[in-house]
Design a protein around this ligand. Structure first.
Ligand SMILES: [Zn+2]
Ligand SMILES: [Zn+2]
Length: 286
């Protein structure tokens, strides 16, 4: 059996795109960077764009759909999203191929290539925003970026994950003290905005289990966050809540511009690597 791999090609307020697949079949979740960059990043990992069977789209914000025009027109890739999101994309973006975007149900499984996929609603300031729970090779991955708070529905999909991609968008102090206008600060902090570092860390402290082997902290703000602060926050919150990691969980902060390492989903027991924070702090982020 071929290994099922996951990686982030880009994650942050300037562009989001994730890859899941094996050598013969894969999918992308969001296409917020250029088609050229996506093709290059995949090529660098020995993955052909021809192996991509579809692109799942979470919502219509440009940092999630920037590459769609070329990916649908030039490369004829099919796109999967809800009816409402489809309309919200096509209305202002006439050059994206409408025939390429197929409608999917909410909270109901559908199959694409070797993947069982279920979309769930999240709270964000777009006409509709969804997260995805995907089963591949018997393992479950949940992607929840762009959400103002974690509803009970979203939490139920997040708790099922073996591999979780969750937003940790902003440091609360940096946002409050930063240069953004008041209305924008209010929007970001609201239930329809983004998840802050404390919100994400406190939620993770509650739900962490041996089942959850990989946590990827995603969609960091360029102006109101740093990877170091994300780690510092999670470390403090876990210490306060007496969460002891037993070495089975790997926590990664996804880089805004550089693709992440490949995570092998088929690996049931990831390497007991973790002197967790020390190792992460040594990483190069820039
Ligand atoms: Zn976004
Ligand atoms: Zn958004």
């Amino acid at each position: 059996m071929m290994n099922m791999n996951f990686c982030s090609l880009s994650s942050g307020s300037s562009g989001n795109c994730y890859y899941l697949g094996n050598k013969s079949k894969g999918i992308l979740i969001d296409a917020g960077i250029s088609a050229t960059s996506i093709r290059k990043f995949l090529y660098d990992r020995d993955i052909s764009l021809d192996s991509i069977r579809g692109i799942l789209i979470t919502h219509n914000h440009i940092d999630h759909i920037r590459g769609l025009e070329l990916l649908t027109r030039k490369y004829s890739l099919p796109v999967f999203t809800t009816c409402k999101i489809r309309n919200s994309i096509l209305l202002p973006h006439k050059k994206i191929s409408s025939a390429a975007i197929r409608e999917i149900p909410l909270m109901e499984k559908f199959r694409l290539a070797d993947f069982d996929i279920e979309a769930f609603p999240v709270s964000h300031d777009a006409p509709e925003t969804i997260g995805f729970n995907i089963t591949a090779s018997g393992r479950e991955i949940t992607i929840a970026t762009d959400l103002g708070y974690i509803s009970d529905t979203a939490a139920s999909y997040i708790k099922k994950a073996n591999v979780l991609v969750i937003e940790s968008n902003y440091d609360e102090q940096m946002l409050i003290n930063g240069k953004y206008p008041y209305y924008l600060k209010t929007r970001i902090k609201s239930d329809y905005g983004h998840l802050g570092n404390h919100q994400a860390s406190e939620f993770l402290a509650e739900i962490i289990s041996d089942n959850l082997t990989h946590i990827c902290l995603a969609h960091l703000s360029k102006n109101n966050n740093t990877p170091e602060i994300v780690l510092e926050t999670i470390k403090k919150v876990f210490a306060k809540k007496k969460v002891n990691l037993n070495g089975r969980q790997k926590i990664t902060v996804l880089n805004r511009n550089v693709p992440s390492e490949m995570i092998c989903l088929s690996e049931q027991n990831p390497p007991i690597n973790l002197v967790l924070f020390q190792e992460l702090e040594k990483r190069e982020y820039h």
